[in-house]
Design a protein around this ligand. Structure first.
Ligand code: 5GP
Length: 181
């Protein structure tokens, strides 16, 4: 299936499942080398990161913990930049090595907010791992430490990412087809 319709929008296959898997394999290798023996706490950002988090941690044969938080983030096809508090972070953060898991980093407003909130809890270190990164949309200065795939600045779905609730279950990544003007 290379072309799909979700609600009112059309999408075409951009990255097949095998390429997404290969990118996550590579990222898992990076994280294994960096965090072996440090018992990292992975913090997945719901809803979108559920897919990436599961795919990543099943490839990590190191001692680690995983938890999930929720932030209000996105409406429609453009990032609003509005986020609220972290919901659901019950683990002790102080002195821990934290790896924030994101489905996608777009403007970077969400990761900035999350890192600010985590800093209040005095972790030993914090890094960011994301399935997708849009460098052309990024407006922050914080380095995005671990990126599975860099993509152009277009709206995508699949592998955990949705359009108004649909598309999260699609393997691979699909890119919006913009109608000719
Ligand atoms: P940021 O705060 O970096 O601008 O955006 C982060 C959030 O916006 C992501 O966690 C995701 O929920 C949403 N987002 C950004 N770009 C896209 C996209 O291309 N597709 C989808 N489905 N969500 C996106």
């Amino acid at each position: 299936m290379t072309r799909i319709r979700l609600h009112d929008l059309d999408f075409e296959l951009f990255l097949p499942e095998a390429e997404v898997n290969a990118a996550i394999d590579r990222l898992a290798g990076e994280l294994r080398a960096k965090y072996h023996g440090k018992r990292p706490l992975f913090v997945g950002v719901l809803n979108g990161a559920f897919f990436f988090a599961a795919e990543l941690v099943k490839r990590l044969d190191i001692e680690c913990e995983i938890t999930f938080v929720k932030v209000a983030s996105y409406l429609g096809t453009h990032s609003t930049g509005r986020v609220t508090d972290l919901i659901g972070l019950n683990e002790r953060i102080e002195g821990r090595h934290i790896v924030v898991l994101e489905d996608i980093v777009d403007t970077g407003n969400t990761v900035k907010h999350i890192l600010d909130a985590l800093a209040d809890h005095h972790p030993a270190s914090v890094s960011i791992a994301t399935l997708l990164f849009k460098p052309d949309a990024y407006t922050q200065t914080i380095p995005i430490d671990h990126v599975a795939v860099r993509i152009p600045n277009a709206f995508v779905v699949g592998s955990g990412l949705d359009h108004d609730g649909l598309g999260r279950n699609l393997p691979g990544i699909y890119r919006i087809i913009t109608p000719a003007q």
